[in-house]
Design a protein around this ligand. Structure first.
Ligand code: MOS
Length: 722
């Protein structure tokens, strides 16, 4: 099915199941510990051996020798695979550095060997007996030092004459902001169980994008994609870190081939942070010029980031192209080559650090203008793409989010003078920021079966990374087929199922449910045909199929045999004609201890406009999870770079700090009642990344309002108040 005209009324609009607060259907499996995560597929590989990955101990250079003798002789060892004996390996589309390094080493902890043994302990012990000699080369590890050598990258854009408009602007801001390298730090480690049957490989793994992962694994191993089955039914968080194939899946497959046994590999957390990807650090220069009444006349956002050779930038300027009006604009991206572990997508990639900078800049500019920061944003709202005014937004309720947020939060009680509100030894302040993230739609397929028992089974390779995909897909199928939720079975995360959008970029919810919608439209037609009903007149509700004065129980429709339908949703030009985006507003109250600089978040509110909310419970969970992550980015999260040896020093959760319950106050979330018929038949958009965009700056702005100290270098740790 192709979506190329705005959605009219359709069965989803009945909202009998869709849109209702629904607890996740996979919840009981998860809280009873019976949902199998990647490392827990004991049943499928009962005789599995254990693999332990050896990582490079230098960041750049060459392996000059590897002595495997003692490791091979160690108890329980079944096989050792290095680049020297792995055979030719291809490179997948989605990884930058090789997933098995050697003899060249591209980054610290790049995989250089796997040891397979009868037990995990034996594999780990044998790995410790491998001695590696290196010829270390000079590497580039410091973004600030590499900044001047950074080359032009995309996106870049100019509109009007920024330099002239900026020079002429009566009120100006010129400020530089920095964000550090971030780690996804998801709960479930990277893990894979690999098993070969002849030339057929099955991997049980933890991956957000089954089709990408399967294809890249096949490319890496040099085998046809049909020879690889990838299974990932439950995922303990990904945040973009599991969008792509990572080394543990490749190493498990190579280890299993060499050992002629299924092999299980889990990356220890202290290994994964330098072995896998991270969100790259940024340096961002923002220059704003405005008239005294607060109209932006000159807008420039430039960003610098670094990555491995052949990698890409952290696109921190993306949101700035569309968020505020302003006739003269300059958008510039610069990319430096660094030899740190490879950078890649982490939740709201580009948008999150970009908004962390932009929304402080907006706060600073409002102060220079003597304007309320909410009003300053409202004055500069745009209903069209500022770079291409003929392009409209499909929906844009930023102003409504800002106004409603200000009202609900009690923004009028804020004292605009920084450092002026005290509560005992605490300095208290309020801050806010806009939230803004684009909506993407990816082709997504599904198969739906109506069984002779009346059960509706959905199969798609869509993943659930903790977001609630199982539940919204079940809601969609229940709504379409007119049955209760408990009549629907959802099977996800298997490359034997139709290719879906996968989970990422907040495209998963709308895309995958639209694919299920398409398959259900076909199933309804097939059911009507089976019953001899006119498909265009048949209605599906209360477990009945009705047409004219005839009514048949859906369960009876398939008595003569299961009815199966498969389709996918593809998107036409509407996405190009209309800018599809999601909007919101974040409000934060923070308190800073006058003596110690300890910072506590007291209250947070987010108002979001993101199309139809398919499930208010799981959507709220996405928002509060993102807001929590935003507090982490504002106050704690930072990978510390060792600029001599080129690795992240705090490569575990003891040193890489993320918020815990005690750090997070009550979080309030409000969704505007919105449907977006330009987006899909679901009229829904993504929410998972919107919730993160702007939070960091709202915290920073609240801290400034509390203390009068403007910190432009994240995270805002207490030493920076001095
Ligand atoms: Mo997201 S960073 O596309 O999982």
């Amino acid at each position: 099915m192709k979506f190329d005209t705005p959605a009219g009324q359709n069965p989803i609009d009945q909202l009998r199941v869709v849109g209702k607060p629904t607890h996740r259907i996979d919840g009981p499996l998860k809280v009873t510990g019976t949902a199998p995560y990647a490392y827990e597929h004991h049943d499928v590989a009962p005789n599995a051996a254990y693999g332990f990955i050896v990582g490079a101990a230098i960041a750049k250079g060459r392996i000059t020798s590897m002595d495997l003798k003692y490791a091979k002789a160690a108890p329980g060892v079944l096989a050792i695979v290095t680049a020297a004996d792995a055979g030719p390996l291809g490179k997948g589309k989605f990884n930058t550095a090789k997933l098995l390094g050697g003899p060249e080493v591209d980054h610290y902890h790049q995989a250089i060997a796997i040891v397979v043994a009868e037990t995990f302990e034996q594999a780990r012990h044998a790995a410790s007996l491998i001695t590696v000699q290196y010829a270390r080369a000079e590497g580039r590890f410091d973004l600030a030092a590499a900044k001047d050598d950074a080359g032009p990258s995309e996106p870049s854009a100019t509109v009007g004459d920024f330099d002239q408009a900026y020079a002429a602007a009566p009120v100006k801001l010129d400020a530089t902001y920095t964000t550090p390298d971030h780690s996804h730090a998801m709960m479930e480690p990277y893990a894979t169980v690999a098993a070969w049957e002849g030339d057929q490989l099955t991997v049980w793994t933890s991956n957000q994008m089954i089709d990408w992962g399967r294809t890249d694994l096949a490319t890496t191993l040099g085998i046809p994609a049909e020879k690889v089955r990838m299974v990932s039914p439950y995922i303990g968080g990904g945040f973009g870190g599991k969008l792509f194939l990572r080394s543990e899946a490749v190493m498990a497959a190579l280890g299993a081939r060499a050992a002629k046994r299924p092999v299980k590999v889990a990356m220890p957390r202290p290994f994964s942070i330098n072995n896998t990807t991270h969100r790259p650090a940024t340096i961002q220069l923002i220059r704003l010029g405005a008239t005294p009444d607060g109209k932006i006349t000159a807008f420039a956002h430039e960003s610098w980031s670094g990555d491995q050779p052949g990698g890409g930038p952290e696109v921190a300027v993306q949101q700035s192209r569309l968020l505020y009006a302003g006739a003269n604009r300059l958008i510039r991206t610069r990319l430096a080559v660094l030899d740190l572990p490879e950078g890649n997508a982490m939740r709201a990639p580009g948008e999150a650090p970009g908004m962390m900078a932009l929304e402080i800049a907006m706060d600073e500019m409002a102060e220079k203008l003597g304007m309320d920061p909410v009003e300053f944003r409202i004055v500069n709202d745009t209903q069209v793409d500022p770079e291409n005014p003929s392009r409209k937004f499909s929906q844009r309720q930023l102003v409504e989010c800002l106004r409603q947020g200000a009202e609900r939060f009690g923004w009028n009680r804020r004292n605009a003078k920084p450092g002026s509100v005290r509560d005992g030894r605490w300095l208290v302040g309020m801050g806010m920021a806009a939230a803004f993230r684009n909506n993407m739609n990816f082709t997504s397929g599904a198969r739906v079966r109506l069984g002779d028992d009346g059960m509706v089974t959905v199969e798609t390779d869509m993943t659930d990374i903790g977001t609630g995909s199982y539940t919204i897909i079940a809601q969609t199928a229940a709504e379409m087929m007119g049955v209760d939720l408990d009549r629907v079975v959802v099977r996800l995360g298997d490359s034997n199922f139709p290719v879906s959008s996968g989970s990422g970029g907040q495209f998963g919810a709308n895309s995958s449910t639209s694919g299920v919608y398409a398959a259900c439209v076909k199933l309804r037609e097939a059911v009507a045909q089976r019953l001899g009903f006119n498909a265009s007149e048949a209605t599906f509700a209360d477990g009945q199929v009705r047409s004219g004065n005839r009514s048949v129980a859906l369960a009876d429709a398939a008595k003569a045999g299961e009815i199966v339908a498969e389709d996918r949703m593809e998107w036409g030009d509407l996405e190009k004609t209309y800018q599809q985006s999601t909007f919101g507003a974040h409000f934060v109250e923070a308190a800073v201890d006058m003596a110690t600089g300890e910072t506590r978040i007291r209250r947070m509110l987010a108002v979001a406009a993101a199309g139809r909310i398919l499930n208010p419970i799981s959507a709220r969970s996405q928002m509060i999870g993102a807001m929590t992550m935003g507090v982490g980015g504002a106050l704690m999260e930072e990978l510390a770079v060792d600029k001599r040896f080129g690795f992240f020093v705090n490569h575990d959760l003891a040193g890489y700090e993320v918020p815990v319950h005690a750090d997070i106050p009550h979080l309030e979330v409000v969704f505007l009642d919105e449907t977006d018929p330009i987006v899909s038949p679901m009229k829904a958009k993504g929410i998972g990344e919107l919730g993160l965009c702007g939070v960091g700056a709202a915290v920073a702005n609240a801290i400034y309002n509390a203390t009068g100290v403007r910190v432009r270098d994240y995270p805002i740790t207490l030493d920076k108040y001095l």
